[in-house]
Design a protein around this ligand. Structure first.
Ligand code: NBG
Length: 792
């Protein structure tokens, strides 16, 4: 079923022109870039569809176990280049477009970046779908077709401004609407003995996007649900002249799939959010059971044929909903229904931050989902009856705890890095782990090498292929075969040249888009991720301020020129994080204008961070900032992308940094800061921040500059609260880790001055990062959680 290799540039050209004419209804003389991009997308999509059907047929023929990945977020980014790369049609497409007189990259980059996620959790889901397809595992992703993805970020006077994101304003080339796949999803009303009469309902309507794997050998489906009204339109109201009233049902229903909640660590306790969660989970389960019954019939075989993974607690309602479907709707005894549901479900925890473990008021919960609340109480009672000495509860007076619910209703619970999994066992799920010692497993995150190396870093990818052939694309651990080349001067200089060229491209792009000139010889020091106090962008900017002050004090010393590049969004309601963005922008303005330091230190905050920008930045980075307070970053996946692309990490022993360091070698990693245990101990020391500041004059001076308005003369007090925080409570221990961070940064400077030594370290990062492929992660889930097998 491999995609035919006989598809040529000629065929591609004909296919593009065909779709331009008959799908877009344009002739070549009047076509816009959008028309050409859509025509190309349809031409590529055609190539995917045959393999997609074949995969579906094979899954049915094999009667294979299917994996269902339920996630509120799929941060898929652009799909055209992905499709071209995985089908190996990129060269043909570029040649065909060039022959048609077009700039291929202009056409390919016309695609909007589908931002149906906030950050790592959503991007992980997208990498997993691609790996599931590359491995040939029958799988579906299920999520929400948000009309508006994550907000578009711009800066006004250095401040973050949020604008609506409009990816669906243009037709989405990759999706197929499925009018036959519609489910009625109820809310509210009354629970009655083993039943439920919802008071209102909406329709969940399916839209399918094929996700093609490496070499087009397999394609799975991402099914996203849009909410629609049961009755499209209230004609009575309209005829009475009440036009607004007539449109109300539609507007109310649509609200459910209108926007992605712009927060990835704290939950907004909103009714709408709970509705979104139930909406997509219930639609997905109904769809899963429909497919299962068609194929296998006997619901008691569900766990043999179906594995459902809950991506964080957002779909946690799947536990009680599945019990409801099995028991209320299909008459299976309650306890058996509970066991069947548990054997089918797995739960992935992505954070230990207490504010992110969802809790709902039982009042709200009972109002929206009265029958589910009853079921949850029965689950809770059953668990307590089995473990009478335990104090674990799912429901407490006033609240329903989704973390506990997910744990109790899943046969496997996993963390996303070794450290995170151990912390889960010893903190949030300590008691549950003692009751169910085999339930928690670790599945360290990974990233797909197709997008994050082959497609986004073609220079490095070709160098690797030149040396070891191209099997590494489907088996990333083969990168270790490059180990012997790391001693080879020819390889190293080609490696350095690829990085240099990537940096030159990025510099040219930044100059063209943002008018900031960067010298590619400077070290590109990059921190890109959501803004959060635990991720400590403020530690990074404080170090930049201290460095600026040090350079000013001794301008002729032997400084290592560097540019600090930041990108990332803050949740709109997270004021402290937004102030950190503004501080970085303010500092950048002053530092970049300083003639004394200009050639040695630059600071750039690129707006509107998204997957596409990450693909641009990571291949061009020298230094990867992974500086979270130890114990707080569950895993990280950006850290893996950087290491794979030959950026050295400066980082704490947090999340997957620990495993990255173990694999790339401690001599190829700049470690600093307290460990997770030391963090806990340090917090107990009275005045820990003040004590740290008292012994480090650099930190004191940097904070003083922030405090006295050096970066905001027009409003000197603008950042007083930040300084106050870092001098007082400093929960994330920025001040206490500063001194060691400064030390590690100066080691980075020294290492970078030895260009050959640096390249060797960078190359070792690439060569030893093969384990961080999401193919490896998926194999882990298959073996430890799903019991699923590939079908190719
Ligand atoms: C995030 C963690 C990251 C981790 C990703 C993917 C949430 C709730 N968690 O450290 O913060 O890499 O999940 O596992 O978004």
């Amino acid at each position: 079923m491999t995609v035919s290799t006989t598809f040529t540039t000629q065929d591609m050209r004909a296919a593009i022109l065909h779709h331009l004419t008959y799908t877009m209804g344009k002739d070549a003389d009047h076509a816009t870039t959008y028309d050409w991009r859509m025509a190309l997308s349809f031409a590529v999509r055609d190539r995917i569809v045959d393999g997609w059907f074949a995969s579906t047929r094979k899954s049915y023929e094999a009667g294979a176990k299917r994996v269902y990945y339920l996630s509120m977020e799929f941060l898929i980014g652009r799909l055209l280049q992905d499709g071209l790369v995985n089908l190996r049609l990129l060269d043909d497409a570029c040649e065909a477009l060039t022959a048609l007189g077009l700039d291929p990259w202009q056409v390919i980059s016309n695609e909007p970046d589908a931002a149906l996620g906030n950050g790592g959790l959503g991007r992980l889901a997208a990498c997993f779908l691609e790996s599931l397809s590359s491995l040939g595992v029958p799988a579906h992703g299920y999520g929400i077709r948000y009309e508006h993805g994550l907000f578009r970020q711009s800066f006004v006077d250095g401040r973050q401004v949020e604008l609506p994101e409009t990816w669906l304003q243009q037709h989405h080339a990759w999706e197929f609407e499925r009018p036959e796949a519609r489910y009625r999803i109820g809310f509210g009303g009354d629970a009655r003995d083993a039943g439920w009469d919802p008071a209102e309902a909406v329709i969940a309507a399916a839209y399918d996007t094929p996700i093609v794997g490496w070499q087009g050998r397999w394609a799975n489906t991402l099914r996203l649900w849009a909410a629609k009204p049961v009755e499209a339109f209230d004609l009575d109201s309209f005829n009475r002249g009440d036009f607004v009233g007539a449109a109300t049902p539609e507007a109310m229903a649509r609200t459910i799939s209108r926007v992605l909640y712009p927060d990835d660590t704290t939950e907004i306790g909103k009714e709408l959010r709970l509705k979104q969660e139930y909406f997509f989970t219930a639609a997905s389960l109904a769809d899963i059971l429909r497919r299962f019954e068609m194929e296998h019939g006997d619901l008691r075989k569900l766990p043999e044929k179906v594995a459902i993974q809950l991506n964080d607690t957002h779909p946690a309602i799947a536990g009680p909903e599945l019990v409801r479907l099995l028991h209320d709707d299909n008459g299976i005894p309650f306890d058996e229904a509970m066991d069947l549901a548990r054997s089918t479900l797995g739960y992935t925890n992505h954070t230990l931050l207490p504010e992110a473990l969802e809790r709902w008021s039982d009042h709200l919960f009972g109002r929206l989902l009265p029958r589910h609340l009853e079921i949850i109480d029965r689950i809770d009672q059953a668990h307590r009856a089995t473990y009478p000495s335990s104090s674990v509860t799912i429901r407490e007076p006033g609240v329903v705890k989704m973390g506990e619910l997910s744990f109790v209703m899943a046969h496997r619970v996993n963390g996303v890095s070794a450290l995170h999994t151990e912390l889960m066992k010893s903190t949030v799920f300590k008691e549950l782990n003692a009751l169910h010692p085999d339930r928690i497993v670790n599945e360290t995150n990974g990233v797909t090498p197709r997008r994050w190396l082959l497609s986004s870093n073609p220079r490095l990818a070709s160098l690797i292929t030149e040396r070891i052939g191209e099997d590494w694309v489907g088996d990333l651990e083969q990168l270790s075969r490059l180990e012997e080349h790391v001693g080879d001067a020819g390889f190293l200089s080609a490696y350095a040249e690829a990085k240099r060229a990537n940096k030159a491209d990025l510099a040219a792009w930044i100059e063209a888009e943002h008018g900031i000139a960067l010298d590619p010889a400077m070290m590109f020091d990059v921190q890109i991720k959501r803004l959060h106090e635990y991720k400590r962008q403020h530690l990074n900017i404080l170090e930049a301020i201290a460095l600026w002050q040090a350079i000013r004090a001794a301008p002729d010393a032997d400084w290592t020129p560097r540019v600090k590049i930041f990108a990332g969004k803050a949740a709109p309601g997270y004021h402290f994080a937004k102030d950190i963005i503004r501080l970085i922008n303010d500092v950048a303005e002053v530092v970049n204008a300083d003639p004394v330091t200009r050639d040695k230190l630059k600071i750039v905050f690129l707006p509107n961070y998204n997957v596409t920008l990450a693909e641009r930045l990571i291949p061009a980075s020298d230094l990867s900032e992974q500086i979270s307070t130890a114990g707080k970053e569950a895993s990280g996946t950006g850290n893996m992308k950087f290491a794979l692309n030959g950026a050295l990490t400066i980082g704490t022993l947090d999340g997957a940094n620990v495993e990255i360091r173990e694999r790339v070698g401690e001599e190829n990693f700049f470690l600093f800061g307290m460990t997770a245990d030391e963090v806990v101990a340090r917090r107990k020391i009275k005045d820990h921040a003040a004590k740290a500041i008292a012994v480090d004059p650099r930190l004191a001076a940097a904070l003083a500059a922030v405090r006295d308005g050096t970066f905001c003369a027009e409003e000197p007090d603008r950042y007083a609260h930040i300084v106050q925080n870092l001098s007082g409570p400093d929960y994330f221990l920025v001040s206490s880790d500063f001194t060691d961070y400064w030390r590690a940064q100066r080691e980075v400077d020294a290492a970078y001055r030895d260009a050959d030594g640096w390249t060797r370290m960078a190359a070792r990062n690439t060569v030893r990062s093969g384990w961080f492929s999401s193919d490896r992660t998926i194999r882990g889930y298959m073996a430890d959680v799903w019991g699923a097998e590939p079908v190719i």
